[in-house]
Design a protein around this ligand. Structure first.
Ligand code: SAM
Ligand code: SF4
Length: 486
């Protein structure tokens, strides 16, 4: 799963009706946060707000936060800190902190940033417009002070699923869709189970309804999101004896079933998945990918480390042998599958030999995409409380560099393998740097570029690949006239 390194801002919505209050959401972190921000914007639009891309104009400013590493939290504090003066100038402004960091630090937000008005945890998003109303009401009460008008809601018993289909989808041709929330695993380094709570899969019918709504709003590519997206449905009750049975455990609906339904949605061209866990890879899942040509043949299946001792310390729930067997199932059933991985270097107890194991496993599995992180102790996690952060920052930095270098070499080789082939690619956008160049992804998830007219965006094209780098491939549309000298 990629964690954005710079802040993203919500897209501006339609022109505001005169006098409509304006909301702006700043999103830090992963794709799930981006999805949640869109959901929150939709809730506000339903209440008569309009979205704005200007922080200066906004009446309500929300920060959707990330806690996975300390750096993400520090960036939020620094952004929020800078708003102190804006708040002095415009006391009517409502500033809120939502999401993972809000859930983790709760009241501490008010101690560190006294100008913040509300704190909403990860299962409270649907209540945000109401919370803003409440803050305003409290402000109007006699003798109200900033301290008496602010609000915190971090309860986790509510389900965040809301029907978004009552306002128009405005996100463009690509959309994220959270098929589940939370995580039932407990990797020792990870704060997510604390901040996001236990798994709640969404009903298959609700997901199909949301997808149809997105497609009607112009979406052609959907990325299905979950911390362990291939465990979708594991938390459902098993079906009654006479009910429809799915391909999941004891007849539950599974991700394989969802993919088969999505394959049938007219107008939807492409389905992506983030993030998978080896323990939940099944033959039924691999067969669904094989049978559904809309599903991208790229799976982020993080290994995290290439040493059984370290995987045990991380409580990842698999060893290298199990990982291999699950990857083999995927490759046997879907021969053109490509895998990606996240890696953590410098986990407590990681010796040079363990790290060498990670380099070897990267080489053995030939991962196409790799995200490399330095272990960062997160307060409250098992690893932080019980294990010694034994690897120095210097060594973490050095291993980070070495693994990135190795990943680049593997990625380049992976991309070079397909040179000379003619492959189907979905073209997504015009390059910002070169208006004559279109960017997209092959069916195996390789970033691809080719020259072509803008109207090819959002269509399948067959590309003959003639060059490769560590980050993707380039070529020409097979039916395009040859370019002199090429
Ligand atoms: N659920 C996904 C999985 O199991 O792979 C990933 C979720 S996590 C938000 C995204 C990535 O951040 C992880 O795959 C891991 O590599 C990295 N990560 C999580 N906690 C970390 C920590 N304490 N220090 C460094 N990296 C961490
Ligand atoms: Fe965190 Fe592990 Fe759950 Fe991923 S699977 S969110 S790394 S606890």
């Amino acid at each position: 799963m990629s964690i954005t390194r710079h802040q993203t801002r919500s897209a501006p919505g339609p022109p505001a009706s005169p006098g409509a209050p304006l909301v702006h959401v700043v999103t830090f972190g992963c794709q799930m946060n981006k999805y949640d921000s869109e959901l929150v914007e939709g809730r506000f639009r339903r209440r008569g707000y309009a979205t704005t891309d200007s922080m200066d104009e906004a009446d309500v400013l929300l920060f959707n936060t990330c806690s996975v590493r300390d750096h993400a939290e520090e960036r939020t504090w620094s952004w929020v800190g800078e708003l102190k003066r804006a708040k002095e100038r415009r006391p009517d402004l409502v500033i809120g902190i939502m999401g993972c960091m809000a859930q983790r630090v709760e009241e501490e937000v008010f101690k560190r940033a006294g100008h913040v008005d509300l704190v909403a945890g990860t299962r409270q998003f649907q209540n945000l417009p109401h919370m803003v109303d409440q803050v305003r009401e409290r402000r109007r009460a006699q003798g109200a002070t900033h301290a008496t008008s602010r609000l915190i809601a971090v309860q986790t018993d509510e389900d965040v699923c809301v029907d978004r289909t009552d306002v128009a989808f405005e996100g463009g041709s690509h959309a994220y869709l959270a098929v589940m929330r939370g995580c039932d695993l407990s990797c020792t380094y990870c704060i997510v189970p604390t901040t996001r709570g236990r798994v709640r899969s969404r009903k298959l019918e609700d997901l199909l309804k949301e997808v149809r709504w997105m497609v009607a709003g112009g979406v052609r590519v959907i990325t299905l999101l979950g911390q362990t997206v291939n465990s979708y449905g594991e938390d459902f009750e098993p079906p009654a004896a006479d009910a429809v049975r799915g391909t999941g455990r004891q007849g539950r609906a599974s991700l394989a079933d969802l993919l088969r339904h999505l394959q049938e949605v007219e107008g939807l061209a492409r389905i992506r998945l983030i993030t998978l866990h080896p323990a939940y890879v099944t033959r039924a899942f691999a067969e669904a990918i094989r049978d559904c040509d809309k599903v991208e043949r790229f799976l982020p299946l993080p290994a995290q480390a290439g040493s059984d001792a370290i995987l045990r310390g991380m409580k990842r729930g698999y060893n290298l042998d199990l990982y291999r067997r699950r990857a083999d199932i995927l490759r046997e059933i879907v021969p053109d599958i490509e895998l990606g991985s996240d890696w953590i270097v410098g986990f407590p107890g990681e010796e040079e030999a363990d790290f060498q194991g990670t380099l070897d496993f990267l080489e053995e599995q030939q991962f196409l995409v790799n995200y490399v992180f330095k272990y960062d102790p997160r307060p409250g996690t098992h690893a932080d409380e019980r294990l010694v952060n034994s690897v120095s920052d210097e060594v973490k930095k050095e291993r980070h560099r070495r693994l990135l270098d190795a990943a680049e070499r593997v990625q380049r080789r992976r991309c070079e393998r397909v040179l000379g082939q003619e492959v189907p690619a979905w073209l997504e956008r015009v390059s910002e740097r070169d208006a004559g160049l279109l960017l997209g992804r092959t069916l195996s998830g390789m970033p691809v570029s080719c020259p072509g007219p803008a109207y090819w965006v959002n269509s399948w094209r067959t590309i003959r690949l003639d060059s490769a780098s560590s980050f993707g491939v380039a070529g020409f549309e097979v039916n395009a006239p040859a370019v002199a000298g090429s």
